[in-house]
Design a protein around this ligand. Sequence first.
Ligand SMILES: Cc1cc2nc3c(=O)[nH]c(=O)nc-3n(C[C@H](O)[C@H](O)[C@H](O)COP(=O)(O)OP(=O)(O)OC[C@H]3O[C@@H](n4cnc5c(N)ncnc54)[C@H](O)[C@@H]3O)c2cc1C
Length: 376
Amino acid sequence: MTPARHTAVIGSGILGLAHAWAAAREGDRVTVFERSERACGASVRNFGMFWPIGQTPDLLPTALRSGELWREFSSTMKTAFRACGSACVVEHDDEAAVLEEFSRIAPDLGYDCALWTREQAEARCPGIRKGVAKAVLHSPAECNVDPRESLAMLPVYLTERYEIRFQWSTAVTGISEGSLRTAAGMRHSFDRAFVCSGHDFETLFPEVFAAAPLKVCKLQMLRTVPQTGGWQLGPMLSSGLTLRHYPSFAICPSMTAVRERVARETPELDHYGIHVMASQDRNGGLVLGDSHEYGEDISIFDKPLIDDLILRELRRLFDFPDWTIAERWHGLYAKNPDGPIFRSEPLPGVHVATGTGGSGMTLSFGLAEAFLSLSS
Ligand SMILES: Cc1cc2nc3c(=O)[nH]c(=O)nc-3n(C[C@H](O)[C@H](O)[C@H](O)COP(=O)(O)OP(=O)(O)OC[C@H]3O[C@@H](n4cnc5c(N)ncnc54)[C@H](O)[C@@H]3O)c2cc1C
């Protein structure tokens, strides 16, 4: 019998785990190297939104395949997985026109979504402020996971089910063909490797990243205290500002009017890349965000103004029982302006993969599987 191929994965964020899982499903012996004691990058700092409605039609099958894998993992490990759907709630005529245009072409493009009346939306989403919604687009495909729980339990699942080995607190400092070196000076050989190092462009293959179109993006996030009395958000919520953020809506003719109005009336939202969304964690806290800053705008300090703007925009549309903010944090991710993944093969059998931007929780499982099936 031929011995199993040995795959090394660098990084235990969602993209690294997706590659590890896909390789193990192909029968490989897999080792994951993570420089921290546990994942602490973008994958544990996000909303936990599985968000197919934001993906362009060509990526929809990849998102839906990821959803199947999320279900498989969550049902086995009994981790939080709310198949709650989403509601995009808008207050301006131009935004309502976008939702109308999108809902008309959506079925032909593969999206399962429909307009709700204000009454339907208010009945199903208790967080919507009464009387303000001009239009609401409901999509049942979105799901809410708990990122910290998922990223802690995925390694347990992969170890128990596929005997994947995890080397925690082990930074990989160099890679040559068929072999890697750790910060402690250990060498480890492999048949193929996937470098899923997130937004770290300095440690491994800096020359690849220097030549790539990738950018680092900083996002600010907030979480409320748990809502009392078992209050439930229902579908995850987004606003008309979100239409600017996801490329799926770019085909709607009225997007030009939305963009022009925001630029004219609230340029501060464009300046900080703000759109607003809300999910709910397993303790009942509402996870709120976010902003997008790039390059020299990224500071080690978070900007209170950004938090205020996020809350201002959320409060226009939503009326949550308790807005007390319990936690604030930021996350950084690698963004590929040309699409939701950047790949490179700097050495034979060594694949760099990053750049999932704001879609890593939505696409990683499907992206990894598709890539491995092509490259095996
Ligand atoms: C605030 C925020 C909100 C978001 N919301 C959503 C959302 O709701 N839905 C969605 O789909 N996407 C969302 N995203 C995007 C998503 O989180 C990212 O696309 C995804 O997490 C990127 O995963 P990654 O594995 O590439 O990177 P990371 O999660 O950053 O993981 C990279 C890992 O590699 C390790 N590493 C790096 N270099 C080395 C080395 N040399 N040796 C060993 N280990 C190394 C790091 O320690 C790290 O653990 C959000 C992102 C942020 C920041």
